[in-house]
Write a protein that binds this ligand. Sequence first.
Ligand SMILES: NC(=O)c1ccc[n+]([C@@H]2O[C@H](COP(=O)([O-])OP(=O)(O)OC[C@H]3O[C@@H](n4cnc5c(N)ncnc54)[C@H](OP(=O)(O)O)[C@@H]3O)[C@@H](O)[C@H]2O)c1
Length: 251
Amino acid sequence: MSSLAGKVALVTGGNSGIGLATAREFHANGAKVVISGRDPETLERVARQLGSNVLAVHADVTRLNDIDQLMARAYETFGKLDVLFVNAGIFKGASLEEVDEAAFDEMLNANFKGAYFTVQKALPFLNESASIIFNGSVNALTGIANSSLYTANKGAVHGLARALAAELIGRGIRVNTITIGPTSTQLLTRSGSSQAILDAQDVARISRSPVKRLGRPEEVAKVALFLASDDSSFVVGAEIAADGGWLLNII
Ligand SMILES: NC(=O)c1ccc[n+]([C@@H]2O[C@H](COP(=O)([O-])OP(=O)(O)OC[C@H]3O[C@@H](n4cnc5c(N)ncnc54)[C@H](OP(=O)(O)O)[C@@H]3O)[C@@H](O)[C@H]2O)c1
């Protein structure tokens, strides 16, 4: 039997990159899948590609009303929620001096406020024994220059996940985090950096990586599948790295 047969899974940012690969993996393993995002075109295309038992909802996680409607539509359509992948996020690199209040708010709202209220507003619809998976980052556990906002946002996400793991396990809800290393998606290309900076970032990320390559979104999706399924029934409050060894100290 498929490991998510009969389950309903919601993936924020399910129309691109890691979220899209995870939505595909969940669907291929028997789940009914809800994907959300801001871009109507990719939402519709992904929903069409995945086929039956898929709901695509336009929802900006920085708007609490949108999150309310996302949860309501998911519940109206599928009647329950078993898996929540808190994935939507953005990256914009900048030095401390370059960050202004607007940039601060934009990143914090998308990466942390969005994650926080996604879980709060999903909670009434989550089953006992539901699985919440946070999209975390190696940035949260290391120091990477010119990424203070993103690093602080992801640090907050990791902290939130730990607190909620303790708070929600009493209801049978497991909360875990995937600590994701550099992965080949549109995250950096959408950051507004020039192609030259993007190329240099890729070279730096690959040369620092023990596996000497970027991760593929599908490799992260496999870890999300494990955390979503009952195979991980004893895994609570964990931070599982899918990072090609990025966090290792290799001597
Ligand atoms: N790629 C990496 O190296 C890496 C490493 C560690 C962690 N991560 C994390 O992985 C997550 C997914 O990123 P990705 O790498 O897959 O990049 P991506 O391809 O750019 O995907 C980002 C996703 O987030 C959605 N999103 C962004 N802001 C949103 C908002 N305000 N409301 C709703 N949806 C929003 C996007 O939807 P729209 O397209 O509709 O805007 C898109 O589906 C992020 O949280 C990122 O921080 C990535």
